[in-house]
Design a protein around this ligand. Structure first.
Ligand code: WQD
Length: 335
């Protein structure tokens, strides 16, 4: 079957991946998704081709090569990974096997199939407990959990693939992602502040604040919350930059960018935004801080702005309101 050139997105049936797929399809790109559906939802993809297999499996390189060939793939966005910090602490071997193994298979398939453009999903978790704010890409990378370690080792692998295989790459270090670009693409995982607070609100429970004595303006933890649509747009900007470079030839390189707003927001600020979105104002419960929780993690996102012209454009309130609307849509829509 003759196809236009496609972008292959691993993990494209996931919360973030589905936003990238929809943006690419809306602008006319052809996309093929590889996803094992261990946490992804095919309903998010509409008529986008989906190939389902485990990227860490022994036959993954062959199946990736076949998919690359069938869909005339020239660039890959690799999102597929396990990403629960607590689970990674309990099951480090599974995280290294799956997160590093799947990426290694993607890199090997690229080398064998002649794919030279890769966008790699990394995380602010590679910084561990950064000193001061905002964090630049040159800050020390000292992850404090196996999840963050696998993301950092993945960056090393992608970097090594440049001279070895001519693989040009952009690595994106996500900060705290939330919100929804469409009501049907909300984050169903109740694992991070916004979705946990929404879940508790709809159940009539007060949200919980993990520590209010940090050295921050209001004592609660500060993070850089970036709207998932802004994050998805950063992937399109990265792809376009690689496509331009790819056509020019020349030595491959591996560039790393923070993807954040550059503005911090405290837990209390996020909860105040949610109270406005939901119309429900709870006095939060204050619990002790989580072990190892950094007081503040905020991006310096000036490098991606300078190189790719990408900047976040959506506000904290837009992010929280969109997350709330998506949750309401999901509760109205039968599974
Ligand atoms: C945010 C803030 C908590 C829940 C994680 C992982 C990693 C990365 C980003 C992908 C902190 C506070 C939270 C609650 C609270 N994602 N909090 N009450 O820990 O910054 O980072 O997400 O790479 O998965 O590093 O995110 O949402 O858990 O916490 O007070 O019920 O909210 O202490 O200050 P975190 P988070």
């Amino acid at each position: 079957m003759l196809c236009d050139v496609s972008v292959l997105i691993t993990g494209g049936a996931g919360y973030i991946g589905a936003h990238i797929v929809r943006l690419l399809r809306e602008r006319g790109d052809d996309v093929v998704v590889v996803d094992d559906l261990s946490s992804g939802d095919p309903a998010r993809l509409g008529d986008t081709p989906l190939v389902t297999f485990d990227l860490a499996a022994a036959d993954a390189v062959d199946r990736l090569r076949a998919t690359i060939e069938r869909y005339s793939v020239e660039s890959i966005i690799h999102l597929a990974a396990r990403k629960q910090v607590g689970e990674s602490v309990a099951h480090p071997a599974m995280y290294f096997r799956d997160n590093i193994g799947s990426l290694a298979n993607v890199v090997e398939a690229c080398a064998l199939a002649g794919v030279t453009r890769l966008v790699y999903s990394s995380s602010a978790a590679v910084y561990g407990i950064p000193s001061g704010a905002p964090v630049t890409e040159d800050a020390a990378t000292e992850p404090i959990n196996p999840y963050g370690e696998t993301k950092l080792v993945g960056e090393w692998l992608v970097r090594d693939a440049a001279p070895a295989h001519g693989l040009r790459s952009v690595t994106l270090r996500y900060f705290n992602v939330a919100g929804a670009g469409w009501d049907d693409l909300g984050d169903p995982n109740v694992q991070n502040l916004v979705t946990i607070a929404i879940d508790r609100t709809v159940r009539g429970l007060a949200p919980v604040v993990f520590g209010d004595s940090f050295d921050t303006p209001d004592g609660t933890g500060v993070r850089d919350y970036v709207h998932v649509m802004d994050l998805a747009e950063a992937h399109l900007a990265s792809l376009d930059a690689l496509d331009a470079l790819g056509a020019a030839g020349g030595p491959a390189d591996a560039t790393v960018y923070n993807v954040g707003t550059g503005q911090g927001a405290s837990v209390r600020e996020v909860l105040a935004s949610l109270a406005g979105a939901s119309g429900e104002a709870f006095d939060p419960i204050v619990d002790p801080p989580r072990p190892g929780d950094p007081p503040s993690v905020v991006a310096d996102a000036s490098r991606i702005a300078a190189d790719l012209g990408w900047r976040s454009s959506r506000t904290l309130d837009e992010m929280v309101v969109s997350a709330w609307r998506a949750h309401e849509w999901r509760s109205r829509t039968p599974a």
